[in-house]
Design a protein around this ligand. Structure first.
Ligand code: ADE
Length: 418
């Protein structure tokens, strides 16, 4: 079997860590039990380009239990957990191509190796796999039935492809399921982003000024958790509704060129490019920390930081010190890549449980129902979303009420008013 991992001898450590993650993934475990019995993915060739973490280990094993022939590669050069990659290759027999810290050439070689499975379903986190199929491996397109996409950035990319008429097969936007973005983006990114910043720096949050760029679901989560640790949180936004929401949630809202002067720790979560850029660095305080938790490493203009600096050094794991020509030092975390995955372990398993339940069920859904879809981006069916919420609540031991017949009738009527 073909694979490319850092060290296959790490497999047993990976196995233990995946077992640990599995404890917190009851919904995915229930899906796996059904998949084992029913084999709904029997013979399905599936390429998955995801952050290779313990949770992805549980997902890949679930897809395999459903009968799929799975190849796995990384969706980011810095997010791979090498022991999990080794576990997948050795204990699950899944061809896995992922090494933490791989260079760009290796990253794309690994994507091509995952595509060598000749996928009928593609599973993406950021749309690099789909993009590679559409640009470099077009010979694969006729056999692809459909794909799934995990993240906001990937969905935006796919919608742009669909709008331009270049998307060649239907995609399910897993990100847009409520059981994904309301939990993963908010509580998952919220906790894991702070976790990454703290593991990298060990800075005290209490009393510091924490600047969050972008008040989408991820930004909301990071702001909430930073406030919980005692930071004074400042939000920067370009969208008036989101800025208003941030203000009414009790945060200070400033343009970046004002926030730049006062921030101790900056974190970008916008999905956009050059959010912290050349004009902002000179305004910053000596010692300011720069991090990004958006999908791509484009949110902080690193080339400008390089230009403005007379030198840089690695001062701690995942912390680079940039000595500006002005004499100040700025600290960039994880090379501007996703700090929650590069400097910590990504979202906790309990939240990935729902995200990856969506991935598993969406891949089953699209493989069975592809014929009824156009080459567009579709939401996860509401029944799947609701079912995942029901299963998660049950696993958390929480019961809810059901409508009485009288309430059902009332909600379906319009004649009862004041
Ligand atoms: N994205 C964010 N956190 C993740 C995790 N733990 N596993 C896979 N993808 C992720």
């Amino acid at each position: 079997m073909n694979y490319d991992v850092k060290d296959i001898n790490l497999a047993d450590k990976g196995l233990l860590r995946v077992e640990w993650a599995r404890r917190d993934m009851p919904v995915l475990n229930a899906i796996r039990e059904r998949f084992e019995k029913e084999k709904p993915l029997k013979g399905l060739r599936l390429a998955a380009c995801l952050h290779v973490t313990t949770e992805t280990g549980v997902l890949a094993a679930t897809l395999k239990a459903g009968g799929a022939l799975v190849h796995v590669c990384a969706s980011n050069p810095l997010s791979t957990q090498d022991d999990v990659a080794a576990y997948l290759a050795k204990h699950e027999g899944i061809p896995t191509f992922a090494i933490k810290g791989e260079d760009s050439e290796t990253y794309y070689r690994h994507i091509h190796q995952a595509l060598d499975v000749k996928p009928q379903v593609t599973m993406d986190d950021g749309a690099d796999l789909v993009f590679t199929v559409h640009t470099k491996r077009q010979e694969l397109i006729p056999e692809v039935l459909g794909g799934t996409e995990e993240t906001t950035t990937g969905v935006i990319r796919l919608k742009a492809m669909a709008k331009d008429g270049v998307l060649k097969y239907p995609m399910i936007a897993v990100n847009d399921a409520m059981t994904k973005y309301l939990f993963d983006n908010r509580y998952g990114t919220g906790q894991s982003t702070i976790d990454g910043i703290l593991r990298a720096t060990n800075r005290l949050m209490s009393g510091s000024i924490f600047v969050v760029a972008g008040y989408g679901w991820c930004g909301r989560g990071a702001a909430m958790r930073a406030r919980g640790l005692g930071a004074r949180v400042v939000i920067t936004e370009v969208n008036p509704l989101k800025a208003l929401e941030a203000l009414m949630d009790g945060y200070e809202v400033l343009p970046m060129n004002e926030a730049a002067k006062i921030g101790d720790i900056f974190c970008t979560l916008t999905g956009d490019i050059n959010v912290i850029r050349a004009e902002h660095f000179p305004l910053m305080k000596d010692g300011a920390i720069l991090s990004n938790s958006g999908h791509f490493n484009v949110e902080i203009e690193i080339s400008a930081l390089e230009r403005l600096s007379k030198g840089k050094r690695q001062i701690r794991d995942a912390v680079e010190e940039y000595a500006l020509k002005s004499g100040k030092c700025l600290y960039l975390l994880a090379e501007g890549r996703l700090v929650n995955l590069a400097a910590a372990e990504g979202h906790p398993s309990a939240v990935m449980d729902m995200s990856f339940a969506n991935q598993a069920l969406a891949s089953e859904f699209i493989s069975k129902n592809h014929a009824q879809f156009q080459k567009q981006v579709y939401p996860v069916p509401a029944e799947i979303d609701q079912e995942i919420a029901r299963l998660k609540l049950a696993a958390m031991g929480t019961a809810i009420d059901t409508l009485t017949p009288e309430q059902e009738k009332y909600l379906a009527s319009y004649d009862l008013g004041t």
